[in-house]
Design a protein around this ligand. Structure first.
Ligand code: NCD
Length: 359
């Protein structure tokens, strides 16, 4: 139960909603501390390993076979939608999806709250992607106040909500899989602590870089380099968050070339031009030369540095990079890591994580 009305709840800053959410849902990156991150990464690794043998795959498949999930994705999605579906299948869940607002009652004028109340009557988990920044926060409030509860390891819990991307605000599960990818990449060089990570592209409207910046508070001495055109600079709320956290720092850099030799990871993003209604009709906005990752950058990168991208990518990465067969290019691995991280996220929400670790 939340002793606040919906208007009051969604008006709270994200950090003040976090204590109400606890471990019942995945809405904001600020919900995760270092222990949670380490647990989820370990769980992803173990699930991936035991799934390779038939007995292990069968074991995973019976863990949540009594649970039904709705994947409610009314914004475009390939990876997040598919990897959640794959993760749910690995855990034996039954799945349904709503992907098109036009053929749901949303097109008849039903509010998001009413749609969610309906979903919560039928399913045991809602994974959602929605164009509104506050959509997942609304969904959490509705679920926390609904009478239907799940018995999870003897506790009465609200139906979990997992954000698969909320407007321009956050994409916490992407950031979790990014951390998993970074952690695996830096396995032999001391992990994420002390690393310099450059974030490039549309930092203003990219929800992945916002969530990732929040997660970085869990590591020591991480330096973020923000590399974005003026109109797409990182928003002030993230800058304020970094300023308040002694263990992370940031710097603005003017181009990829300016810092490529000193970074341990570079995280590219595309221009989120679906938010530019006017230019959208004229085709996609092109990335400016200074913000395009090219072969010359790959050559200049440290031996132990890695190139990430949440995908989908466009012209911000030169096509030849995909054919360079360079182990430092990890965005395709990042995709697969995402499926295992989503197995871990769902398993933890339903309290079966320890069973996987004990297998
Ligand atoms: C991202 C998203 O939807 O925010 N995609 C994803 O989930 N991997 C990034 C993007 O669309 O640019």
């Amino acid at each position: 139960m939340i002793h606040l009305g919906i208007e009051e709840f969604i008006a709270l800053p994200e950090s003040e909603q976090v204590p109400y959410i606890g471990e019942n849902a995945v809405i904001y990156a600020q919900q995760f501390d270092r222990n949670n991150l380490e647990y989820l990464c370990r769980l992803s690794d173990v699930a991936r390993k035991i799934h390779k043998i038939e007995k292990g795959a069968d074991f995973l498949k019976q863990l949540l076979r009594h649970r039904l999930v709705l994947n409610f994705f009314i914004q475009p999605s390939s990876r997040t939608f598919l990897s959640f579906n794959a993760a749910e299948t690995i855990l034996g869940m039954s799945r349904m999806s709503v992907r098109d607002a036009k053929i749901s009652s949303i097109s008849k004028g039903e509010t998001l709250s009413d749609s969610l109340r309906t979903f919560l009557s039928y399913v045991d988990l809602v994974v959602m992607r929605h164009p509104e920044d506050i959509s997942c926060s609304i969904a959490y409030w509705i679920s926390a106040m609904a009478s239907r509860r799940l018995n999870i390891n003897g506790e009465n819990r609200p139906i979990p909500i997992v954000s698969g991307g909320a407007g321009k605000a956050q994409h916490p599960t992407q950031a979790l899989l990014d951390i998993y990818t970074l952690q695996k990449s830096f396995e032999n060089v001391g992990g994420i602590d002390g690393k310099t990570i450059m974030l490039v592209g549309d930092l203003k409207r990219g929800r992945t870089v916002r969530s990732l910046s929040y997660l970085m508070k869990n590591f020591n001495d991480v330096k973020l380099l923000f590399c974005a055109p003026n109109e797409y600079k990182m928003s002030q709320d993230i800058i304020d968050f970094i300023d308040k956290n002694d263990n992370i720092s940031y710097e603005n850099v003017d181009s990829i070339s300016d810092a490529i030799t000193e970074v341990d990871a570079i995280y590219m993003t595309r221009i989120q031009d679906e938010h530019d209604k006017l230019t959208h009709d004229l085709g996609h906005v092109k990335a400016e030369n200074k913000y395009v990752f090219r072969m010359e950058h790959l050559k200049q990168m440290k031996k132990e540095a890695y190139l990430l991208h949440p995908l989908p990518k466009r012209d911000e990465i030169e096509e030849a990079i995909d054919f360079a067969n360079d182990p430092r290019v990890v965005y395709w691995r990042q995709e697969r890591n995402g499926m295992w991280m989503r197995v871990a996220i769902i398993a933890k929400l339903f309290g079966v994580g320890d069973q996987i670790l004990d297998f």
